[in-house]
Design a protein around this ligand. Structure first.
Ligand code: PRT
Ligand code: ZN
Length: 285
């Protein structure tokens, strides 16, 4: 019997959400204290707990069949792997930042400057594409302090809220790439392992769809139903049930999280009342 080997980050910004994703897919991972390998109780997968930087390489070499890692790491490491899905967590960006009081007019600023980063490959590509001749100082961590201690003129690092830059007297001036957690896979997965992967992806997409949608129930006069159906297309079309009160009915449908408030306003204008919105746990299309 085959087992799909999955690499996730042992501890860090990706670990908790990666574990939670498996839990939501009904896959139980027990917390092997200190162990680097965990076998799931009820699904044919084995979880390898690794440093995020090593995950692309291990997936390329098929030490792991698939892995969860930041898009920024996948792009920096340039390993030969397939990118399967974006997972919607650990959103961030790779940006250039300079001391806050320096004038900035454009990327020419970096000409003949020294820039500290843990992403020399991506930064090198960015400078090459703009014909900018800058010196890249590779650091493995604490990049933000480099300008303050005179090690570099600017930095290129991951930003999410931006507060680390502010704390260190820096200002974000260019975004090199946007990133989030992604699922990568070895290019040669076949046979039984592929079937397990397809099952896993099916579950993950159901969880993702559920997160991105809400179930909506509302009451409406029959005369308004046509307009309301246009506002709420639903998965196929809304379910319409008659109410005990004559001339009224109840509509059930699904609405996208990011369109939610706009749709609610339109529904109220069209005559909808008693609107209930309920989270969806799993959504199979
Ligand atoms: O030990 P290991 O090597 O496994 O982990 P790590 O320390 O290298 O990585 P980790 O856990 O810090 O980050 C893993 C991944 O999370 C990254 O590769 C990104 O894809 C993603 N991610 C999301 C982030 C951030 N947000 C983030 N804010 N990675 C790092 N940061 C750091 C950033 O380097 C900077 O120091 O947080 C600081 C900036 O945060 P703000 O909120 O102040 O802007
Ligand atoms: Zn790392």
């Amino acid at each position: 019997m085959s087992i799909l080997k999955i690499a996730i980050q042992k501890s860090g910004r990706l670990s908790e959400s990666s574990r939670k994703l498996f839990e939501e897919c009904g896959i139980k991972i027990t917390n092997g204290s200190g162990s680097l390998k965990v076998i799931a109780g009820n699904f044919p997968v084995e979880i390898l707990l690794l440093r995020d930087d090593d995950i692309p390489q291990y997936v390329e070499q098929q030490v792991a069949d698939i892995g969860i890692v930041g898009e920024n790491t996948v792009c920096e490491k340039k390993k030969d792997v397939d990118l399967l899905d974006q997972l919607g967590f650990a959103g961030c960006r790779l940006s250039l930042a300079i001391p806050k009081d320096e004038a900035y007019t454009g990327p020419e600023f970096f000409m003949n400057k020294k820039v500290a980063t843990s992403y020399p490959v991506l930064l090198g590509e960015y400078f090459a594409s703009g014909n900018i001749n800058a010196e890249i100082e590779e650091l493995s961590g604490s990049v933000e302090i480099a300008p303050g201690i005179g090690l570099a003129d600017a930095i290129c690092d991951i930003v999410s809220s931006g507060s680390t830059l502010i704390t260190n007297g820096l200002r974000e001036v260019e975004t090199i790439m946007k990133s989030q957690a992604v699922m990568i896979a070895n290019r040669n997965i076949s046979g039984d392992k592929k079937k397990i992967l397809e099952k896993l992806l099916f579950r993950m997409r159901a969880v993702r769809n559920a997160r991105e949608n809400k179930y909506i129930l509302l009451n409406a006069p029959e005369v308004a139903v046509k307009d309301i159906c246009r506002i709420l297309p639903g998965m196929k079309s809304p379910t319409i049930l008659p109410l005990a009160e004559k001339g009224w009915c109840s509509l059930h449908s699904v609405v996208k999280e990011d369109e939610f408030w706009e749709r609610i306003d339109q529904l109220r204008e069209a005559g909808a009342e008693g609107i209930l919105v309920i989270p969806i746990e799993k959504m199979i299309l």
